[in-house]
Ligand binder design. Structure first.
Ligand code: ADP
Ligand code: ZN
Ligand code: ZN
Length: 834
């Protein structure tokens, strides 16, 4: 007997053994999705391995009911990659597998059984029935066949397999809800431009309520219709390329029948065509040629060339506009020439039509774009183009790291510092780590690119684990924007208690007058209730963790959300003695407050908020950006969402209201986030000809994160930050993991936390002394969606020790967790510890 070990998408990391019936023997190979009875229902699982023996009682082993794939969905490489993921991120293999292939690709598959054009008629009764049905009905799915013949699909399977083997039928895999139209009707001119111009003239010449036509059968046309005809011809004449009929009818507000009339009279042709060239927008993309590289680019390119057959990680550090993309593209061209494929990851928010166009312009339709707005059908099609090798370049957000390319030759992660590469659902993987593993399996290079690399990556580059490639200046010596730091302590001294410094206020007024646009930026949501001195900028920190302390109104105490340490507030500033010590969060300093203040100060300006709340509705995000693009909005107020990848030539002023709110977040990465955010925000200003200005308001002008952002000095920032991290052994000097407990009943959560704490501490003392456990403490965001959140922070140089310690917990979970009253969330290498 032959068995298969199958993984299911459940939280327990365990494989389940099934026997493989003979008719499935050939297809039920590793990587193939199967249906099997599991926990009283039929579930989808993935065959991990085939074995010939098992310790289980053979009588108790169930059969696999059916296979969902003809060819394995998961390649050997993907199986290995997901196994690694499951181990590293403490998830189950099943969950890792299901996260690596989108549901749209998995669920929507359907097999179609189709008669071949020539075949030898079968003899068996059922097989004859099948052939007869296919003859009358055309292609059918196994389920439809089963329904007609009144047998179960599982029973039919061996017959279908036999028919397939004997060359009677083909089995095709298609997408279930027929993939949305890839083709569209396009109209183009059927006559030379001169003839069209003559027709337009005739159409618009009428004076008696009619237009005329150069076409012999249609001399007089009612005026209204004649005008529409003329407009359509004019558009086609102007555009000079085929235009989708749906677009035409929309633009001139008419119907298809009018287009058909034009076609009948021989002025236009309507054809079906694959009109969409950039999958993110309908615009055709003009081809581009490689640019001659500047010296810095050449040096980087040569280094890349020298290692393009081995598993080396490169960190391409270059300021925005330094020509990183050109380097990527020339490195890609080489790999593609050798017959291998390339994956490029970009943050979701910067996956714009412009980004895609740059790659499509250079490489044409070999590029597959995976983005979150794809319909299921489109996603399915893209996935299969990649799997079949029709597309050997994939560009997409973090999940594209799993793209089933044929032979991976290069993986690129642009903006590698971006938090969007970290998954916020289980398995909580980081695409950079997964990419690291994947390129290791494929033995190919990995390029990480950024203007503000993550501290970890730059640390590796300093140590020589990664090869550092630098592009120190902008292409063609274009200037970096000017950044002004405003010391808000001075504003207070001058008696200015508003949120605007004098300089920012007058700069805004100036831009409004010139009809240029403004982005006002507020770091993060306004939840952080940290305590700071308005006179000197001093902020209260925990002695144990160097994390900002948070003020709790109920208890009037300062609390450390890392270790749980509590203490009283100071009535005056411990640093300068000023009584102007302030609890920032008390004033609800969020985007809404800023919006009110701005509206008060500039009542006639068009102001719009751009944050998680105002963009919660579907497409709201897109609408706001479009309005801003079309200059219907003067001032855009936003959180970090504004910082990334937005490019508006008319923006000449960027104001940061208080840089400190992000700097004082109770998170050890607060400084890093602040620096990279400020640097990026600064990059938003003055991208076009008009010089840009950036104004950063702060109470801590001397803080290195802020002064380094002013001079665009990444290395300066890095040196200070890495020093600060080393004191408390935060990453990159260690690995951190968080264990979060959350539930609706706070007492239950606290009880569970205490029980877990007891267990953790026993194991730590006995077996894992190198792991440091902080907490339990309420998480900085102590309640989200009505759920209370308590948290542990674990730290060790050796990430495996943390994993092993956390795994011990599985054997001894408190009842509240087992019953799901309290949820337990583990995050290895979190990017956000709020
Ligand atoms: P980055 O990716 O580092 O932000 P880009 O690749 O977007 O930089 O380059 C910025 C601009 O400079 C682009 O318009 C690009 O076409 C142009 N550019 C890049 N390399 C060169 C080069 N070698 N010569 C001329 N222009 C270049
Ligand atoms: Zn002070
Ligand atoms: Zn602490």
């Amino acid at each position: 007997m032959s068995y298969a070990n199958v993984a299911f998408p459940i939280s327990v990391n365990q494989l389940f053994t099934y026997s493989v019936p003979q008719h499935l023997d050939a297809i039920a190979q590793p990587g193939v999705r199967v249906l099997a009875s599991f926990r009283n229902s039929t579930e989808e699982g993935v065959v991990i391995e085939r074995v010939n023996e098992t310790d289980l009682d053979p009588k108790k082993i169930k059969n696999i009911s059916d296979c969902l794939d003809e060819e394995p969905t998961y390649s050997e490489e993907l199986l290995e990659l997901t196994k690694w993921m499951a181990d590293y991120y403490l998830s189950s293999w099943g969950n890792a597998l299901f996260c690596a292939v989108p549901a749209a690709v998995r669920n929507q598959k359907q097999q179609l059984i189709q008669l071949r054009s020539e075949y030898i008629a079968p003899t068996g009764k059922v097989q004859k029935q099948i052939v007869a049905l296919l003859e009358t009905e055309g292609a059918l799915s196994p389920h439809q066949l089963a329904h007609h013949i009144n047998r179960s699909p599982a029973k039919l399977r061996p017959q279908i397999t036999a028919l397939q083997k004997n060359g009677v039928v083909d089995v095709k895999v298609t997408h279930k809800p027929k993939a949305t139209a890839q083709f569209t009707n396009v109209a183009s001119l059927a006559l030379p431009p001169a003839d069209i111009a003559a027709e337009i003239a005739a159409l618009t010449s009428g004076e008696d309520g009619y237009g005329s036509s150069t076409h012999q059968d249609a001399k007089r046309i009612p005026h209204a219709a004649a005008v529409k005809h003329a407009e359509i011809l004019q558009i086609l004449l102007d555009e000079d390329i085929p235009v989708a009929t749906s677009q035409l009818t929309k633009r001139v507000k008419t119907s298809d029948s009018l287009l058909r009339t034009l076609e009948r009279r021989g002025f236009i042709k309507i054809t079906r065509a694959a009109a969409v060239r950039n999958p993110l927008s309908a615009q055709p993309v003009p081809p581009t040629q490689p640019l001659p590289l500047n010296p810095a680019q050449s040096a980087a390119f040569r280094e890349l060339q020298s290692e393009n057959r081995s598993n080396q990680t490169f960190l391409l550090h270059g300021v925005t506009g330094s020509g990183k993309t050109e380097v990527y593209m020339q490195a890609m061209a080489q790999i593609l020439d050798s017959g291998k494929s390339v994956i490029i990851l970009v943050p979701e928010i910067s996956l714009t039509p412009q980004t895609a166009s740059r790659f499509i312009g250079r490489f044409g339709d070999r590029v597959a774009v995976l983005h979150s707005r794809l319909s299921d059908g489109e996603r399915f099609d893209q996935w299969h183009r990649i799997q079949k090798g029709d597309a050997d370049i994939v560009i997409g957000p973090r999940s594209a790291v799993f793209a089933p390319v044929k032979e991976l030759g290069l993986l690129i992660i642009d903006e590698e510092h971006s938090d969007s590469y970290k998954s916020d659902t289980a398995p909580r993987y980081h695409a950079r780590e997964v990419a690291q593993k994947r390129t290791e399996l494929a033995n190919c290079p990995l390029i990480l690119g950024s203007a503000t690399p993550s501290l970890e990556s730059f640390f590796h580059a300093q140590k020589g684990t990664y090869k550092l490639l630098s592009l120190p200046s902008r292409i063609l010596d274009r200037k970096m924007p000017e950044v002004h730091i405003i010391d808000m302590r001075n504003e207070l001294k001058k008696g200015n208690r508003t949120i605007f410094s004098e300089r920012l206020r007058s700069a805004i007024a100036d831009r409004l007058k010139k009809r240029e646009q403004i982005i006002l930026f507020l770091n993060r949501r306004g939840h952080s209730k940290y305590v700071f001195c308005r006179t000197c900028g001093y902020a209260e920190k925990c002695e144990n963790c160097s994390i900002s302390l948070t003020f709790h109104f109920e208890t009037k105490k300062l609390v450390c959300h890392h270790c749980g340490h509590k203490r009283d507030t100071h009535p005056t500033c411990p640093d300068c003695g000023s009584p102007a010590i302030d609890y920032f969060g008390r004033r609800g300093f969020g985007t809404e407050t800023v919006e009110r203040e701005v509206q008060k100060a500039f009542p006639t300006a068009n102001i719009k908020r751009f944050d998680a709340d105002s963009t919660a509705k579907k497409n709201a995000h897109q609408h706001i950006l479009e309005d801003f693009q079309h200059q219907k909005i003067d001032i855009l107020i936003g959180t970090q969402m504004v910082a990334k990848g937005l490019d508006f030539p008319n923006v000449t002023l960027v104001g940061v209201i208080v840089a400190d709110t992000a700097l004082n977040l109770p998170d050890f990465r607060a400084g890093e986030h602040t620096f990279s955010l400020l640097t990026q925000v600064a990059g938003r200003s003055g991208r076009a000809e008009v010089a840009g200005e950036v104004i950063i308001q702060t109470y801590m002008p001397d803080h290195y994160c802020i002064s380094a952002a002013q001079t665009h000095d990444y290395v300066g920032f890095y040196e200070q930050e890495v020093e600060a991290r080393s004191v408390f052994e935060y990453p990159p000097f260690s690995h951190v993991a968080t264990l979060l407990l959350r539930g609706k009943n706070e007492n239950e959560v606290i009880d569970a936390a205490n029980t877990v704490s007891g267990h953790l501490k026993i194991w730590q003392t006995d077996e894992f002394p190198e792991v440091i456990i902080l907490g339990p403490a309420p998480a900085p965001l102590s309640k989200i969606d009505g759920k209370f959140r308590w948290r542990f922070l674990l730290r060790s140089k050796n990430v495996e020790k943390i994993s092993q310690l956390l795994q011990c917990l599985n054997d001894d979970l408190p009842p509240a967790i087992k019953s799901n009253a309290v949820e337990c969330v583990i995050d290895i290498d979190p990017t956000n510890t709020l």
